[in-house]
Design a protein around this ligand. Sequence first.
Ligand code: F6R
Length: 613
Amino acid sequence: MCGIVGYVGDEEAAPVLISGLKRLEYRGYDSAGIAVLGKSGLAIRKSKGALKFLEEKIAGELKEGALNGTLGIGHTRWATHGEPSDINAHPHTDVSGKIAVVHNGIIENHAKLKEWLISHGANFRSETDTEVIAHLLNFYYHGDLLKAVIEALKRLEGSYALGIACEDEPDRIIAVRKECPLVAGAGKGENLIASDVPALLEYTREVYYLEDREIAVLYRDRIEFFNAEGERREKQSSHVEWDAAAAEKGGYEHFMLKEIHEQPKALTDTLRARIKTYATKTINLEEIGFDQSWANANRVVIAACGTAWHAGVIGKYAFERFARIPTEADIASEYRYRNPIFNPRDIFLIISQSGETADTLAAMRMAKKNGNRIIAITNAVGSTLAREADLVMYTWAGPEIAVASTKAFTTQLMCIYLIALQLGRLRETVSDTELASCIEALEKLPEQAEQILAGKENIQRFASQQFNKAKVFYMGRLFDYAVSLESALKLKEISYTHSEAFAAGELKHGPIALVDETTLVTALCTQTALFDKMDSNIKEVKARRAATAVITYEDVDYFDKTADQVFRIPRTLDSLSPILSIIPCQLYAYYCSVLRGLDPDKPRNLAKSVTVE
Ligand code: F6R
């Protein structure tokens, strides 16, 4: 999740941009850059890594006044297309070097646009999708930047927030957004743009939240608004009451809650670019190199840790279900020490949010050494995993700040489903009709996730009754068992409640000995063919005086008489339900943590990235 700032006013722009970017550091980034428009034109400075490297780079020039200029745009980049590097850092410019662009989001048709622009003389320098925007603006620029922006927008598919400056128009910045955040701030004799309010608060509390495809043109003394067709709009500003710390969390109390709420958007980002519509909808993973050569594998071996391993367990069911291929999901730390049997025809799927987990990397390297091809699912472009794998599928969830993983998990699942379905296509185990209904169901998930979030008060209320329970068990069968594992982990890591997950059929083989009146048992019930089995399991724990809750579909009343509490999620295919059924469990863990007076963002003894064994 990149950060954008822009400034036009009477102050020197460079320090304003740097201080704004610092306010956006919490969003996560891997490189930074600024463009300042001064007497001798646009000066662009960029640097890989922390903002302090950019600051060090420009310190001398700032002292000498060599970077003077009162208009500028700045950016912190979280890599999506192309590794973190000085060249890939923003701002990007057109061939003339007169138009500079900073961008947050993903331009989905960038490959096609790039080809077209090259045929019209553009000369690309970076690996980013953003650079096409600069060249496109150049193509449409005939002395009026606003007109060029309007024309360019017609060609862009995907999501974006843009800040644009042009050497020939030294009095204005143009900003526009679609599905990515962007706010304009109205100061006195100065105006600003930013990805998020904290970057503006030092200068103003009067802000304009841009709507999708709305254009803001910022001058020193005014901001004008237009729709995407170039018609003028009147707009009301809002007064920000929050302090800077609250603003960083977008008004949410914690990053974890913010990230839980970001899931619909993250799922859309992960899915959309991989679905292609020609006559019918298909999954397109060829861009990442997933082609027929992967189809005649023997087996899929998944290795990962923690939450990513739970995604892998769901992957096991998904690969066997859709691609009819034997699959095992192993904990990376176990895998590396168990002298596993390798077969060069096995596909290795390595899952890691950070791409830096030591055990996961060790498992990957073992497989590589034995001649296996590696598919990585990761959220971190340029990470060790991304660099060393043969094929990388990014989750595009944006940085996850809270230690407990939420949106990384559900987007990992989205990637897994796409790979499993596509492998099924290549192996001819998924029919056209099944593919169509799966794609339709996948496309509904973001909106369905939104519906679950809209009902979060029910979970909060339930948590306020149960948060002091001594023991909380989750149980389910098949996909629901895997979600139980993740739910128990979420609860234990942030609320320090003793929680366990069981395959419901295992209950009578041991765990039921622990069940008494101090226990809450939550049953995940989305595997329709097994409802009667789950019903019996719930009755068994109820008979031992446990409190019981069920998570099932909105149209299922099967458990109404058995369970004390039923939470409903929208109807989807049983095999895709984990993306939805985990959300109430994430919320439950979050609320229990808060009710116990803990900080869910920073659980004790845990680190976000485990780079040591
Ligand atoms: C749990 C959690 C951890 C990580 C695990 C692997 O909420 O965040 O269990 O999932 O440490 O991390 P990555 O995915 O970065 O390899």
